[in-house]
Write a protein that binds this ligand. Structure first.
Ligand code: IZC
Ligand code: ZN
Length: 434
């Protein structure tokens, strides 16, 4: 070994799920832990991990460009947030009173508010305005310890406005240290100009939007809001299969409010993940398990909507041996928070997941929900050097001491991006990642 770019020492506790694959069922609890550890990084990748003394012995005589001491703190893989509606215009606090008085989420949408309110603001916003707003959110996520985030379109609902959102996501990926993974979600709501002509809108998505998104290589995934009064199972099937024909991997907002059979559809079309699943049936969960679909649970959303019902994480893990992932669902309506640490706390409180399962769900399983398990989501030699440094003595401390941000530092592609709770560089630095 000729040279190390960065050596991280003084790691009180390094915790990571092992390997690259999804961790299913009881495997979710199995965390590799090294006390008094060190990590060596070269060209943006992890080259050595182990007890500090062993790493130092191995590196005797090797040039080390920079060493940082994290003074006994805990280090995890950089967190992955696999389901957000990052790029949008405006906010929806004007709907808070309605929501709190008990008007259901779908009723607000049916009255022309909800998603459609954000569609109006997003259509009116310039690319620069969308970029600036999303960039502020990315900084919040980064400060929370997130190093990769998925971003969906779906607030444009015209060809041009969908492309506008996706171009902003692409530009953010190129200019912000965080990695942004794009999903096309033209089937997020039926816009007012298509009211009563829902199938015409599906035609428009299939014939106009999907080919253009694919041609411009603006998304990797295609998602649909499959829900009563939004897109039916048949419409969702058509869009996801057409997306697939255009090279986009299916994802689906499934069985959030009613058990429509979204989980079964996810399995049928070969989706990489199925999201929400509060109302999924046993048959639906069994189908996910059989077809290796990652369930992405969003406990911040049920919490913010004031629901007493929660996704059946324990059944998913214990009975169906599924690889559960967690995400913020960051969006201006049902879950206006960038805080993955709040979601971790809610996964403990309402989903009864253990701290070890929560880490797995926010790292390797989330990475696999984005098809990136080979590159991120665990601390392994050869993987990208994305690490989060927590001001916490152990994993259980994160959901235990709730409501504050425990992230002390973030390493992205081997670069120190957050240190002492402050963003120290806003440069993307991506050319260094091999
Ligand atoms: O803006 O309400 N559920 N889509 C499906 C959302 C929530 C985002 C929103
Ligand atoms: Zn969503």
């Amino acid at each position: 070994m000729e040279r190390i770019d960065l050596l991280i020492t003084g790691i009180g506790r390094l915790v990571t799920p092992p390997g690259n694959a999804t961790r299913c069922g009881r495997e979710m609890k199995e965390i590799r832990e090294i006390t008094d550890a060190a990590v060596a990084i070269r060209n943006g990748r992890i080259t050595l991990v182990g007890p500090e003394q062993e790493v130092r012995d191995f590196l005797a005589g090797v040039e080390i460009a920079e060493t940082i001491d994290v003074c006994g703190r805990m280090v995890t893989p950089g967190l992955v947030d696999p389901h957000t509606h990052l790029v949008h215009g405006g906010t929806r606090e004007h709907e808070l009173a309605l929501k709190r008085s008990g008007v259901p989420y779908l009723d607000i949408l049916a009255q022309g508010g909800g998603i459609l309110s954000t569609v109006k603001s997003t259509r009116a916003a310039s690319e620069q305005e969308l970029y600036n707003k999303a960039r502020r959110s990315l900084n919040e996520m980064l400060m929370n310890g997130v190093t990769t985030v998925e971003a969906k379109s779906g607030y444009g609902l015209t060809l041009e406005d969908e492309l506008k959102q996706l171009r902003v996501a692409k530009c953010l990926n190129e200019t912000h240290p965080l990695d942004i993974v794009s999903t096309f979600m033209g089937a997020h709501a039926v816009p007012p100009e298509y009211k009563g002509r829902e199938d015409d809108f599906v035609d428009h998505i299939v014939h106009e939007m999907l080919p253009k998104v694919a041609e411009e290589v603006l998304a990797e995934f295609c998602d649909v809001f499959c829900e009563h009064g939004v897109f039916s199972i048949e419409q969702s099937r058509r869009i996801l299969l057409e997306g697939k024909r255009n090279g986009l991997i299916p994802k689906i907002h499934a069985d959030e409010i009613e058990p429509l059979g979204g989980a079964e559809l996810a399995s049928e079309v070969g989706a990489i993940s199925a999201e929400h699943l509060l109302a999924a049936t046993d048959e639906g969960l069994a189908a996910l398990s059989k077809h290796g679909v990652v369930p992405v649970l969003l406990p911040g959303t049920s919490f913010n909507l004031g629901l007493s019902k929660h996704a059946r994480a324990r059944d998913m893990i214990d009975k169906y041996e599924l690889p559960v992932a967690l995400s913020t669902d960051y969006n201006p309506g049902s879950c206006p928070t960038e805080s993955i640490q709040l979601v971790m706390m809610l996964a403990s409180l309402n989903l009864k997941m253990t701290p070890e399962e929560i880490l797995t769900a926010c790292t390797i399983n989330a990475a696999n929900a984005l098809g990136r398990g080979e590159h991120i989501g665990s601390i392994e030699v050869g993987k990208r050097a994305d690490l989060t440094i927590f001001d916490a003595p152990n994993l259980a401390y994160l959901p235990y001491h709730f409501g504050i941000n425990h992230t002390f530092g973030v390493i992205k592609n081997g670069n120190v991006i957050v240190w002492n709770r402050t963003i120290v560089t806003t440069e993307a630095g991506k050319e260094e990642a091999v």
